[in-house]
Design a protein around this ligand. Structure first.
Ligand code: SAH
Length: 394
C-alpha cells in the first residue's frame, strides 16, 4: 500500500533529524494527496528524502512520529512497541511486583507510542487514546496487549470518551474492549486503593505520584499532616503508615472524599487519626491556624496552555504562600505542579517568590519528578510534566 507523503518546507526537517517526534502544521509545504485524520504518513524533506513515519492529525501538531526508520507498520510493529514498554517496566521493577500492581505501561511519546496511555491496575489495562490513529488501532493494540502480557492480562477497558479530538466525530464509548474485571482494588507499595476507572479522573488513579507518596511516609512520623487536593487520598495512607499523629485530607470534590474514606477503611479500618473534608483548598488553608507540620500541595494542572501560564503561576504562588505562612516551625511542605507548560525553573522561581513573601527561612530538601514508568524521551522535553519540591520551613 502506498503511504501518502507530507513534504516539509526547506529547513523544517532539522527537529526531526534530532528525533523530535512532532511535525507542526506550519512546517508543512504540501501533501502528496488527500490525507485523512488518523492516516499513516511518510514525512519527507523538501527534496523528498525520508525522515519518519507518523500519524496525521488535524491541529497545530500535524504529525506524531511512530518511527524514524523506514520499516513496515503492521500488527507486528505495534506488538514490538508494547513489548518494549513492558520490558522497561520489568527492568524498573514495576511489573511482576507483588507489592505494587498499579503502574503506567505506556506513556505516549516516552514509549514511542504518541497519543496512547495505558495504566495497569492488578491486570486490568485502562487505555486512553488521544489521537484518531490510535483509536483506529484499538483492536490491534488490544491484541498486542494480549500477546505480550498473556495470562497476566485480565481485561482491557477503553476510556477514551473524553480524550479523543471532539471534532473527529468518533463518538467513542467507554467500556471493556476485552475481558471483564470485577476487582477495582489495586496495590501500591502494599497499600490498597479503590480505582474507579469508569467515573474517576484520568484512568482512575494518579500512578505518577507513587515514589513521591513513598517519600512522604519517611517524613510523617509524629507529624500533623494535611493532604491538600487528595483525590483518592494517596498521600494520606503513606502518612498514616509512616506514623503521623493525625492526617487531614481535603478535596473540593465530594466523590473524591468518598473514595478517600473508602480507601481509609480498606487500609486502616476505624483509625481515628484520619479525617476527610470536602472543601476548597484555599478556604481550608485560611482556617488552618498553624495546626500542621507536614503539608502536601498537589493541585490539578493550573495551566493547560501556554497563554495562561502567568495565571497559573499566580495560583501556585498564592497557594504556596498560604501554606508556608501556615506551617509550624520545622514543618515540611511537599509542593507539586503537574502543568506541562510550567517549567521546572518557573515553578521553582514561583516557590521562591512565595517563600520570600512570608519572610521565613525555607530550604529545599528534595527535587521531585515523575517516576520511571513515565519516561521522557531526551528528544522530547515536552514529555516532562511533573515537578515537585520538598521544603523545610523554619
Ligand atoms: N494528590 C492526588 C491527585 C490530585 S488531582 C493523588 O495523589 O492521587 C487534583 C485534585 O484536586 C482533584 O481531585 C480535584 O477534585 C481537586 N481540586 C481541584 N480544585 C480544587 C480546589 N480549589 N480545592 C480543593 N480541591 C480541588
Amino acid at each position: 500500500m502506498l503511504i501518502p507523503k507530507v513534504f516539509l518546507k526547506p529547513g523544517k526537517e532539522q527537529s526531526l533529524r534530532r528525533f523530535h517526534p512532532w511535525v507542526f502544521s506550519g512546517a508543512i509545504k504540501n501533501l502528496s494527496g488527500k490525507i485523512d485524520e488518523g492516516d499513516l504518513v511518510e514525512v519527507v524533506d523538501s527534496h523528498d528524502n525520508f525522515l519518519a513515519l507518523g500519524h496525521y492529525q488535524i491541529g497545530s501538531i500535524a504529525v506524531r512520529v511512530v518511527t524514524f526508520n523506514k520499516e513496515v507498520i503492521d500488527d507486528g510493529f505495534w506488538q514490538k512497541k508494547i513489548k518494549q514498554a513492558w520490558q522497561l517496566r520489568c527492568e524498573s521493577g514495576l511489573a511482576l511486583n507483588n507489592q505494587t500492581n498499579a503502574y503506567r505501561l505506556v506513556h505516549g511519546e516516552g514509549d514511542g507510542l504518541p497519543g496512547l496511555i495505558i495504566d495497569m491496575y492488578d491486570g486490568t489495562a485502562v487505555v486512553q487514546m488521544h489521537t484518531v490513529a490510535m483509536y483506529k488501532l484499538r483492536e490491534t493494540l488490544a491484541e498486542a496487549l494480549r500477546v505480550v502480557l498473556g495470562e497476566r492480562l485480565k481485561a482491557i477497558y477503553n476510556k477514551s470518551e473524553g480524550t479523543l479530538p471532539f471534532k473527529a466525530g468518533l463518538e467513542p464509548e467507554n467500556g471493556f474492549i476485552w475481558g471483564r474485571s470485577t476487582s477495582h482494588i489495586a496495590l501500591e507499595y502494599g497499600l490498597k486503593f479503590k480505582v474507579d476507572w469508569e467515573k474517576g479522573q484520568k484512568t482512575g488513579f494518579f500512578v505518577d505520584q507513587r515514589e513521591n507518596r513513598a517519600l512522604v511516609e519517611k517524613y510523617s512520623g509524629q507529624r500533623n499532616v494535611l493532604n491538600m487536593f487528595c483525590y483518592t487520598g494517596g498521600f494520606s495512607f503513606y502518612a498514616m503508615r509512616g506514623g503521623a499523629n493525625l492526617v487531614h485530607s481535603v478535596d473540593s470534590s465530594e466523590r473524591a472524599i468518598e473514595l478517600t474514606r473508602d480507601n481509609v477503611e480498606l487500609n486502616f479500618p476505624g483509625d481515628s487519626r484520619h479525617e476527610a473534608f470536602a472543601m476548597d483548598a484555599f478556604k481550608f488553608l485560611d482556617s488552618a491556624h498553624h495546626k500542621y507540620d507536614l503539608i502536601i500541595l498537589d493541585p490539578p494542572a493550573f495551566a493547560k496552555h501556554l497563554n495562561v501560564v502567568q495565571n497559573a503561576l499566580q495560583g501556585y504562588k498564592r497557594l504556596n504562600t498560604r501554606a508556608i505562612e501556615q506551617i509550624k516551625p520545622g514543618g515540611i511542605i511537599f509542593t507539586f505542579s503537574c502543568s506541562q507548560v510550567v517549567s521546572r525553573e518557573a515553578f521553582r522561581t514561583t516557590i521562591f517568590s512565595a517563600a520570600a513573601r512570608t519572610g521565613r527561612n525555607v530550604r529545599i530538601l528534595h527535587q521531585l519528578e515523575q517516576p520511571a514508568d513515565h519516561p521522557v524521551s531526551i528528544y522530547h522535553p515536552e514529555g516532562e510534566y511533573l515537578k515537585g519540591l520538598v521544603l523545610y520551613v523554619e
